[in-house]
Design a protein around this ligand. Structure first.
Ligand SMILES: Nc1ncnc2c1ncn2[C@@H]1O[C@H](COP(=O)(O)OP(=O)(O)O)[C@@H](O)[C@H]1O
Ligand SMILES: [Mg+2]
Length: 240
């Protein structure tokens, strides 16, 4: 059975269907790409999977349980965690303290949190900024910190929304390595990204959305080469 399944997921904003009858599955251990032109509904799907938005219709099944109406906290406890397109870290406490807060919120002891935080900061090349306030970090470093916070207690599934956008290439590589390493350890991801070379490399399978609907599912290459997907990208005025 798939680790996560959506069935007929739909939500409207003021009469406009932002997500319309979306069904797909995420298999245990895969990195599923979620692609599509700007405004196609990718972030809204992640918001519904992680409890930040309640769908008007449809359901989300996670690890065999119907989790459709659960809150973000209940979902995080079950191991379904998302990262944001715009990072959310506490700017006026240190990088390390952000990690500690995340660990304690996930129910780890202070000692355990400290140990894991040091390992993650090292892995993310952030040890030298651990005592800086997170507000002083660059955008890319804040994203790396968010990875650290998300993985202080590794989730069963991590939902990543444009982690590579506007990030310095060196940090992008740190991030990609982090994802590769976790994937090799069996971690499941859903990755929203406009960076097609990275999607092709990291995601064996992808789902492509356009105007709120799923227009293609399958191997990433076959999805990118399919006519509806090419038409969706060419037809969109947005930058891809
Ligand atoms: N909170 C909201 N209120 C009204 N419209 C929204 C809201 N969030 C998203 N939308 C609309 O829903 C559509 C899908 O947006 P989004 O999920 O952000 O797309 P993507 O992440 O694929 O770029 C867009 O037309 C967007 O303007
Ligand atoms: Mg988005």
């Amino acid at each position: 059975m798939s680790l996560l399944m959506t069935r007929g997921l739909s939500i409207h904003f003021g009469g406009v269907a932002a997500v319309d009858d979306v069904s797909f599955a995420v298999e245990e251990g895969e990195i599923l790409g979620l692609i599509g032109p700007n405004g196609s509904g990718k972030t809204t799907v992640l918001n519904m999977l992680s409890g930040f938005l309640q769908p008007d219709a449809g359901e989300v099944i996670f690890a065999g349980e119907n989790v459709t109406r659960l809150t973000t906290v209940e979902l995080a406890r079950r191991g379904l965690l998302r990262m944001f397109q715009m990072t959310r870290v506490f700017g006026r406490i240190t990088t390390l303290d952000n990690m500690l807060v995340a660990g304690m919120a996930m129910g780890l002891t202070e000692k355990e949190t400290n140990q894991r935080a040091q390992v993650l900061l090292e892995e993310l090349a952030m040890t030298h900024v651990q005592y800086l306030d997170a507000g002083q970090l660059s955008g890319g470093q804040r994203k790396l910190l968010e990875f650290g916070m998300c993985f202080i207690k590794p989730p069963r599934m991590a939902l990543l929304d444009e982690p590579f956008a506007a990030v310095h290439p060196v940090m992008r590589e740190t991030m990609a390595n982090f994802i590769r390493r976790r994937h090799a350890m069996g971690q499941t991801f859903v990755l929203v990204s406009h960076d097609m070379p990275i999607v092709v490399e990291l995601c064996q399978r992808s789902v492509c959305m356009n105007a709120g609907k799923v227009i293609a599912v399958g191997s990433t290459r076959s999805v990118l080469e399919s006519t509806p997907v090419i038409e969706a990208y060419l037809g969109s005025s947005s930058h891809v």
